[in-house]
Design a protein around this ligand. Structure first.
Ligand code: DGJ
Length: 376
């Protein structure tokens, strides 16, 4: 069919745009317009596939530096082809100023992810929450639920993770060793070379573990996991959720002790679990890390930087947020990263690239433009 005739049919709606959209390329780092012509506003996001559609949830950012705070909430878009995104609006709204809600406007609400529970038939959203005016000291996990994929989501609670439980791989030293005081250490900068000796784990055992950068993963058996940077970002936790996905179960493990892994994104291929992560340098990009495991709760083995080519020291100027399995195309995955623009948060860009496999590891190469057909 010639191009002119095809455009007439598309304009008049006589053929669906899905087939032609397959050929439209992904253009990492460029403005990505939704059906209204607005740049997609779903940062630190993740994608849920449900009932034939992809749903992209992410932080709704606003203009300027203040736009990194949650002034609006979590935005949702839907798509059938991963290229054309329909604006579904705000899925979870923050509460008005002065409401004293934990998700009051001006809080920090980051890296929201949604999973569907087939037993309860509820959509469950988790996110990293820092109540207003507390900086990043809260390290809380927020939960919201909805009967519909696109929301509205109802905020249920936020708190620390796995309060009162030791991890599966706790050591005697953690149980009986000295405990630092709350708030004594914050962020990556002030920790010594071997933060594990500080026993932040024991410090937070009763009140619950810190959780900042996070992700969710649903395994083939329907069990869901919360993966989060804990212990002042120094150590990653992988935690089994309750059957309804709204709570921590108390079963969790520590991984990558003292490695300051942020931005965890998990996926599974041929029975093996993979993680992509970043280091811990605020909004500035850094070199990515990757790891593999036979069991989700470990042992995890680091595989190094998965990026190949120029700009790999900065993960192609991005930070991981999700690794998306392409539906119906077994073994095809897409790396989703954020190119943050902290001075004008709303202008943050999306870096989506094909994930390839070489031996036991996965790799990511830069492409200016690509289509799903390019994923081997
Ligand atoms: C890096 C994290 O990955 C982001 O989600 C955000 O928390 C920034 N740090 C804040 O500096």
């Amino acid at each position: 069919m010639n191009k002119f005739f095809l455009s007439i049919l598309l304009i008049t709606g006589l053929v669906s745009c899905e087939n032609s959209a397959q050929k439209q390329p992904f253009s990492p780092g460029e403005l990505w317009l939704d059906n209204n012509g607005a740049h997609i506003n779903a940062h630190g996001g993740g994608i849920m596939f449900n009932d034939g559609k992809y749903y992209w949830f992410g932080e709704h950012k606003t203009e300027g530096e203040g736009g990194n705070m949650a002034n609006v909430g979590v935005h949702c878009y839907s798509s059938k082809d991963l290229i054309n995104w329909f604006d579904e609006g705000v899925a979870l709204s923050v509460d008005p100023k002065g409401s004293e809600s934990q998700i009051e406007k001006g809080c920090i609400l980051e890296r929201p992810k949604v999973i569907y529970n087939t037993k309860t038939k509820k959509y469950v959203m988790w996110f990293h929450l820092e109540p207003k005016d507390g900086g990043y000291t809260g390290a809380l996990s927020g939960v919201a639920v909805s009967d519909n994929a696109t929301g509205p989501y109802k905020f249920i609670k936020a708190g620390r993770a796995n309060a009162g439980y030791w991890p599966l791989n706790v050591t005697e030293r953690h149980k009986t060793g000295p405990i630092p005081s709350e708030g004594q250490y914050y962020g990556g900068g002030s920790l010594p070379d071997h933060p594990d000796t500080l026993n932040i784990l024991a410090r937070d055992m009763k009140g619950g573990q810190m959780a900042r950068d996070m992700n969710l993963f649903v395994d083939d058996d329907g069990k869901a996991y919360h993966i989060y940077s804990s212990e002042d970002n120094s150590t990653l936790h992988i935690a089994l959720l309750s059957d309804d996905y709204t709570e921590h179960s108390g079963t969790y493990t520590r991984a990558f002790l003292g490695r300051f892994m942020e931005a965890p994104a998990m996926f599974k291929k041929d029975g093996k679990y993979y993680l992509m992560m970043s280091g811990c340098t605020g909004w500035s990009p850094n070199q990515a890390r990757s790891a593999v495991a036979d069991e989700i709760l470990g042992e995890w083995k680091e595989l190094g930087d998965p990026c190949i080519g120029d700009s790999t020291k900065t993960t192609f100027h991005s930070q991981s947020t999700f690794i998306l399995p392409v539906q119906g195309q077994k073994g095809k995955f897409i790396y989703m990263g954020d190119r943050w623009r902290p001075q004008d948060a709303i202008d943050g860009r999306y870096i989506w690239l094909p994930v390839e496999f070489e031996g036991e590891r996965f790799v990511i190469r830069w492409r200016d433009s690509w289509t799903l057909d390019d994923i081997k």
